[in-house]
Design a protein around this ligand. Structure first.
Ligand SMILES: [Zn+2]
Length: 567
């Protein structure tokens, strides 16, 4: 079994996706009709970039299974039948009245969708589509309310002693905490009810939503195995009622039973989960023992770690400060965002930096694309997984690839003027038929520049700095005169570069193309400082050739004390 690291026996590169797909296929067994890779999420609020890992982990594994010619689906379960737990900051506090109701029954805080759940599902699904992720979506509200799980509910209830024995064992081992906790706020009646019947009804595996007020603040008071009538009282509204588990569909299984039940129902072979789902006593470990009660084996599992986000300077407060896929896609091309997730082992946490680091990230991405054209290794495999999908094919990229570094500089200096941007990019040596050739990258450069703090932005002077121009030293005056004298009307990158570096050489009796002496280097530094001062009223700025190209010869001449435009 000796394998060189990161290669399989055929010498192909292998990564975590390869291995997770291997495991899913093994789990499904020889000749499986359909391999199911499942994700799940509760649409309780904006989906954080960290939770995007849930979706993308499954997506990449399903893609790899598909690449091998096997029948596969990415099943996504929306846990929209989960209770609404708390009102997030920024939402009308009166929404607290909905706490305890299913997310699908809580009104949309923005008033634009059918429900709270739909309000948060939609933007994520839109972003996922943009990233080429297609999945079969299932609403748990629809499934439960349509009675699709009726048999499974009755099965769980019949086996409640057995299930409780599993849960109890884990409960004493390690009490679950945090996100993975059971519906803690729900079952009020743990001490009363049921002890006489031999089963603590506070541990009943199924809980109805109150028929009168819709909340899950109910206490199960009795259950009749003969009739399958479940009696309950509601602590919110005082309602006392009976729901019949064989004929009515008013509630759900508790989470730690619900999840494994669905593995069995949907025949899930692979499902990832956050680190917190994989600790002792948490839902996946418990689920491993619950699943056999439903006649299924727990799916192969990958635990993933946290994703941090940095460099978001102007975050929309309407989204409660949660960085979402849509926020990242304003700045990063969709394949790049895929890449950030696929190139890391799920257990590795990483940070998505949408600030200054973005420029370097684009450089790295472009370099990887060039490498992928000639070489195949684990890094270029990650690139392959990022740029195309089976369903969509190759994701859109700009027909003309211009470094983000240049585009963002151009966007900054021209303040986004389309004509000036087109001229500057063309002058930098990229043949364009229109700015559309630069999409989807250009709009991201513009968005990123707009996000930068004011002190990092470039403001081009509108009028020449007359006072400074009147106080030029002898050297400065000569440099400017040389520059203005030699600057052509049609600027190009190479020409300007030679000129701005060369003018101080002329001053020392050298030619434009001669190598600089130490004196010349000092002069260049002083000259560049002067140019920045006169053009953008700052000590430094974008690269001078980029700045010249963006401004155009007339504007540069005017600001450097030459002839005004049109004169
Ligand atoms: Zn009620």
């Amino acid at each position: 079994m000796a394998r060189s690291r990161g290669k399989n026996d055929d010498g192909d590169p292998t990564d975590w996706v390869t291995r997770a797909a291997d495991a899913a296929i093994r789990q499904a067994g020889e000749g499986a009709e359909l391999i199911t890779c499942a994700s799940g999420a509760s649409p309780s609020g904006p989906v954080h970039l960290g939770n995007l890992r849930e979706f993308l982990t499954v997506h990449f594994v399903a893609e790899e299974v598909r690449r091998r010619g096997l029948p596969v689906r990415h099943l996504h379960s929306w846990d929209d039948y989960d209770r609404f737990r708390k009102v997030p900051a920024g939402v009308d506090p009166s929404w607290s009245e909905h706490i305890g109701r299913p997310l699908s029954d809580v009104p949309d805080p923005g008033g634009c969708h059918e429900s709270w759940a739909e309000h948060y599902k939609e933007p994520l699904v839109t972003s996922l589509r943009e990233m080429g992720v297609e999945m079969e979506e299932v609403s748990q509200t629809s499934m439960y309310r349509a009675g699709r799980y009726r048999e499974q509910v009755l099965h769980a209830v019949r086996h409640r002693e057995e299930l409780e024995a599993v849960l109890a064992r884990f409960r004493t081992k390690a009490p679950a905490t945090g996100a993975d906790d059971e519906d803690a706020a729900g079952g009020a009646g743990r001490e009363d009810g049921g002890a006489a019947a031999g089963f603590d009804l506070g541990r009943f595996p199924y809980k109805p939503y109150c028929r009168q007020c819709g909340r899950d603040t109910v206490t199960v008071t009795a259950y009749d195995d003969e009739t399958t009538d479940l009696s309950y009282t509601c602590s919110s509204c005082g309602f006392t009622g009976v729901t019949n588990l064989a004929t009515q569909d008013e509630g759900k299984l508790v989470w730690k039973i619900d999840w494994p039940m669905r593995w069995a129902f949907e025949q899930v072979h692979f499902e990832p989960g956050g680190d917190d789902h994989a600790t002792p006593g948490s839902s996946y470990t418990v689920g491993q023992e619950v699943a056999p009660v439903f006649g299924w084996r727990a799916p192969s599992f990958v635990a993933y770690s946290f994703v941090g986000v940095a460099g978001m300077t102007k975050m929309s407060s309407s989204r409660g400060g949660v960085p979402t896929a849509a926020d990242a896609l304003r700045i990063l091309e969709p394949p790049m965002l895929r890449w950030l997730y696929v190139r890391r082992q799920p257990r590795q946490n990483f940070t998505i930096d949408l600030g200054a680091e973005v420029v370097r990230l684009y450089d790295e991405w472009d370099a990887l694309g060039r490498k992928a054209a000639t070489k195949r290794d684990v890094a270029t495999l990650a690139w392959e997984r990022s740029v195309s999908t089976a369903a969509v094919g190759t994701l859109p990229t700009a027909p003309v690839t211009v470094p983000f570094r240049l585009l963002s500089s151009v966007a900054d200096v021209t303040a986004g003027s389309p004509d000036l941007m087109a001229r500057a990019v063309a002058g930098s040596g990229f043949a364009l038929s229109s700015l559309d050739d630069l999409e989807p990258r250009l709009s991201r450069a513009l968005a990123w520049v707009a996000d930068q703090p004011e002190e990092d932005r470039t403001t081009v002077r509108t009028e020449p700095d007359a006072a400074r121009l009147a106080a030029l030293t002898e050297d400065e005056g000569r440099w400017l005169a040389q520059l203005l004298d030699r600057m052509p009307d049609e600027l190009d990158q190479d020409g300007i570069t030679t000129l701005v570096y060369g003018v101080p050489k002329l001053g020392r009796g050298l030619g434009l193309d001669d190598p600089p002496t130490e004196e010349v280097k000092a002069d260049q530094k002083a000259f560049f400082g002067l140019l920045y001062e006169l053009l953008v009223a700052a000590e430094r700025g974008p690269r001078l050739p980029t700045l010249f190209l963006a401004l155009g010869a007339d504007r540069v001449r005017y600001l450097l004390g030459g002839t005004p435009p049109g004169a």
